[in-house]
Design a binder for this molecule. Structure first.
Ligand SMILES: *Cc1c(COP(=O)(O)O)cnc(C)c1O
Length: 401
């Protein structure tokens, strides 16, 4: 009887088109995935470089398992700290251009652990409205005052900084690449504001690492801001293709988090083989630009193709947000594409604000131009993409006539 709220809750979700269900991928992750024995062209993973099923990475994992076994057996501070953890942390610090880095089991835990260690009741956190859920959860859990500014609104950020001088510490947090919109934070301006008001800056680089910057080192490299961001958070589960999160920054910061971040202290360390995968992934990105270049070719190709339509879809990164509107309409479009063999799930509230349900298209380096053309053609077939009128042509005709 007391459990009726669960059935009721599920019914409410279902009626408002917000119920989420699994689709089981039967083989490996890639540009094509198998569901119920049928092959679908997929545009929905964060595995931007295809490293989740890359032969070099798989071999590195197998070798590590043979040498180190599977589990880490304990928290890092008990007995779970192994050579591959240390090696990966060194690699991340080198890659991000910081003094040190600390591994967490996931990016989600890195955000929660770091934010809660850095701020508490006497402090304030100021963040972008579209920051990732793990940041929001960390802010809430920390007990600090928590204010958000409208997406990328620098005036509002400044105004919040001006009005928060009575707090002990002020922490500003932003995604570098927004995960559901695919757009880029104005990091240079944010760095300047944070400096002007003597606040602390934390940047979530989960979607930019491996992709942005001349050497794929992330958004700080892209904006030439390496060394100017106090705390960089990243994930090893997106472009790096595996599992794990990290915080990169000064030696002191890392020493502090080791001692204070509860989501680091009270959980078992990552399996060493998971570290081997990330070491191999980062090395591959450092040594071979082929995949990153291929990804950017795909991004540019999609941008060019979409520019022929009226829908005003912007493409700044491998994450392309195709806003549909209501949850029902987004589900409907996703279903139509699925029936034609293209997999792009609908993203709905609370992941995105109400009324902005969307298809989140994510590109991979291993997609071919034909895959992207098929995506466009299939979206056109559903009636969602509408061709631009040939205005220029009509004008020319008028004048010539
Ligand atoms: C995915 C993501 C995270 C969480 O990373 P995981 O390693 O998947 O836990 C944090 N922040 C952003 C912006 C993300 O997109």
């Amino acid at each position: 009887m007391e459990m009726d709220f669960i059935t009721d809750g599920l019914n409410v979700l279902k009626e408002s088109n917000l119920l989420r269900e699994f689709r089981i991928i039967e083989g490996a992750q890639g540009t094509h995935v198998e569901i119920d024995g049928k092959v679908y062209l997929s545009f929905c993973s964060n595995n931007y470089l295809g490293l989740a099923n890359n032969p070099l990475i798989k071999q590195a994992v197998i070798d590590a398992i043979n040498q180190y076994g599977w589990g880490a057996g304990a928290s890092r501070l008990v007995s779970g700290s192994m050579t591959l953890h240390q090696e990966l942390e060194k690699k991340i610090a080198e890659f991000k251009g910081t003094e040190a880095a600390l591994l967490f089991s996931t990016g989600y835990m890195a955000n929660i652990g770091a934010i809660c260690a850095l701020v508490s009741r006497e402090d304030i956190v100021i963040g972008d409205k579209l920051n990732h859920a793990s940041i929001i959860d960390g802010c809430r859990q920390s007990g600090a005052a928590f204010r958000i500014y409208p997406h990328k609104d620098l005036n509002q950020l400044e105004s919040l900084l001006q009005r928060s001088s009575s707090y002990r510490r002020r922490l500003v947090i932003t995604d570098s690449l927004f995960s559901m919109d695919g757009d880029i934070a104005p990091l240079q301006e944010i760095v300047d504001l944070v400096k002007k008001y003597d606040a602390i800056l934390m940047v979530d680089d989960a979607h930019a690492i491996g992709i942005f910057g001349k050497n794929g080192r992330g958004m700080a490299e892209y904006f030439n801001l390496e060394g100017k961001i106090d705390i960089i958070m990243g994930s090893l589960s997106k472009a790096i293709g595996g599992i794990g999160g990290f915080i990169a920054g000064s030696k002191n910061l890392i020493e502090f988090l080791k001692n204070k971040a509860r989501s680091f202290i009270y959980t078992t360390a990552l399996p060493p083989a998971a570290c081997a995968a990330s070491i191999a992934g980062l090395t591959l990105i450092q040594e071979d630009k082929f995949l990153v270049n291929k990804l950017w070719e795909n991004i540019n190709h999609l941008r060019t193709r979409l520019s022929g339509f009226q829908n005003n879809i912007t493409v700044e990164s491998p994450v392309v947000s195709v806003i549909v509107g209501s949850s029902g309409d987004a589900l409907d479009l996703s279903k139509k594409l699925y029936q034609k063999g293209v997999l792009i799930p609908a993203i709905r509230p609370p992941t995105v604000p109400p009324g902005t349900s969307r298809l989140r298209v994510s590109l991979m380096a291993t997609h071919t131009k034909d895959d992207i053309n098929r995506l466009i053609d299939t979206m056109k077939d559903t009636g969602f993409l509408t061709k631009k009128h040939k205005n220029e042509f009509n004008h020319a005709q008028t004048y010539v006539g």
